[in-house]
Ligand binder design. Structure first.
Ligand SMILES: NC(=O)c1ccc[n+]([C@@H]2O[C@H](COP(=O)([O-])OP(=O)(O)OC[C@H]3O[C@@H](n4cnc5c(N)ncnc54)[C@H](OP(=O)(O)O)[C@@H]3O)[C@@H](O)[C@H]2O)c1
Length: 235
């Protein structure tokens, strides 16, 4: 089985890990990127296909780290077919009051959620142009609705624009760009005050990613917005 090479940032848990499991099961060679090397190696062992899984410790918000990780994947497997910029973090914020994390902690979220997929694109696109490959980004339903005082939602609005900007620059290259925008997903990344809300399973989002990737080369699934049944429309 050879479904091409599939790089995933934020692969140590949650949506990224679920996508890695599904992609490996569909025959892709998967490169798992995250900071938690032990978590990546556990997942690689679980996938149990040593010649088709690569664990690559990487900080998705650091240019040198991302560039080196993409380089390692290409040196190992000779090509890159899919890059899924999925790593992200969420901290609670308020602009008006003092609720949530103090402002110095907002910085990591902006860098991971916005700068991260931007530099992933910069590192991966030359290889994706060569393979006429696919760039996929984790957006969020939060990047569509207005949430008071919520910088996380604003980072995901930025990601919506980023996907469109990357796609516009890739016109004529054969590269496809898909933005997957989940509603609430049952991972460690959700805020405590929404623990009781309806949630998707990470595998539900993974299937959406694989749907986009599995289309014929001439079909560019621009966006998939997927919410759990019963999620309030403004969220
Ligand atoms: N859960 C939801 O309800 C939901 C809804 C919509 C969109 N999303 C988006 O989906 C994506 C995945 O979220 P999730 O819910 O699966 O979160 P999660 O379970 O908290 O996992 C986050 C992943 O991102 C990685 N990560 C965070 N910062 C990183 C960095 N600087 N460098 C490398 N990896 C980093 C983490 O790995 P390490 O800590 O090991 O680095 C982990 O693998 C995010 O972009 C999130 O915004 C989530």
């Amino acid at each position: 089985m050879d479904g091409g090479t599939f790089l995933i940032t934020g692969a140590s848990r949650g949506i990224g890990a679920a996508t890695a499991r599904l992609a490996a099961g569909a025959g892709h060679r998967v490169a798992l990127l995250a900071r938690d090397a032990a978590g990546l190696h556990r997942l690689a062992e679980e996938i149990a296909a040593p010649d088709r899984v690569l664990a690559v410790p990487c900080d998705a918000a650091d240019w040198d780290s991302v560039r080196e990780a993409v380089g390692l994947v290409v040196r190992t497997w000779g090509r890159l077919d899919v890059a899924f910029a999925n790593a992200g973090v969420s901290v609670d914020t308020s602009f008006l009051g003092t609720r949530g994390a103090p402002p110095p902690e907002w910085r990591e979220m902006v860098l991971t959620n916005v700068y991260g997929p931007a530099i992933a694109a910069r590192a991966a696109l030359p290889e994706l142009v060569r393979s006429r490959g696919h760039f996929v980004i984790s957006g969020s339903a939060a990047g569509r609705g207005v949430r008071p005082g919520n910088l996380y939602a604003a980072t995901k609005w930025a990601v919506t624009g980023l996907a469109q900007s990357i796609r516009a620059e890739c016109v004529g290259t054969g590269v496809r760009v898909s933005l997957v925008l989940p509603g609430l997903v049952d991972t460690g990344g959700i805020p405590a005050d929404r623990a009781g809300d309806p949630k998707l399973d990470p595998a539900d989002v993974a299937r959406a990613v694989l749907y986009a990737v599995g289309q014929p080369p001439a079909v560019d699934v621009n966006e998939i917005l997927i919410r759990p049944v019963g999620q309030a429309p403004q969220l």
